[in-house]
Design a binder for this molecule. Sequence first.
Ligand code: NDP
Length: 248
Amino acid sequence: NGPLSGRTALVTGASRGIGRAIALRLAADGARVGVHYASNETAAKETVAAIEAAGGSAFALRTELGVPGDAEALWRAFDAHADGVDVLVNNAGIAGPGLIHEVAEADYDRVFAVNAKAPFFIIQKGLERLRDGGRIINISSGVTKVAFPGMTSYAASKGAVEVLTLTLAQTLGSRGITVNAVSPGTIETDIHPWMADPAAKAHAAGFSVFDRVGQPEDVADVVGFLASDAARWVTGQNIDASGGSGLG
Ligand code: NDP
């Protein structure tokens, strides 16, 4: 029994990194969790096994995002396991490095397809499944608030997600559904292979006032709050989870 007991959650990109920590947190709070992944079945099974070992309930579902028809395919896979959803977390995302003059059109299209277009249509196609009083939580990034010139297309894709969050919060309020974004700072996951270099990691730690890089759980706990009844009066917001990065 927990604050989300009896509810069903779907977390995209939950095989690894931040998504895995979110899935574990929501399951610990009592939700049955759909652990979505793209291709790393071993990692997805590990997430499900970790949830079950802790006494929770989860199932894995595989869909490649960023390709035509991705959202329909995801919900078809989800429907095979569950009847409706209460908490939708759009977490799956890819990095898109590049200064403005370095970004190839195909790379821009790819980063937007996975990070911005997929969440848009996952929400659109999911609305009929999302129960009244539910939650949509979109994982954005601190790069929309502090300029990182080497991440132009990625930052723009996250900006799109934040504006979508604001817009939908207005639309879905009448159904008691809250829509929020969470913006992590630098979090230690596979998305940052350069963190294997201690000097680079120490440099990244310096972005935060706490002088460490974030861990996936630092983000998952914020998502856990937004998913709970305690956050019923919070909607249309972008919650910073960056350890005070860029404060001044
Ligand atoms: P990881 O690279 O560690 O994990 C990515 C997850 O997304 C995996 O579960 C992966 O599945 C899935 N995924 C990746 N591409 C696709 C795709 N095309 N279709 C479907 N699923 C896909 O990433 P993080 O945990 O670091 O990032 C999670 C989110 O947080 C992203 O939206 C990212 O932009 C955001 N973020 C991360 C920050 C950080 O510092 N780490 C900072 C700010 C925001 P599989 O295992 O099958 O490959």
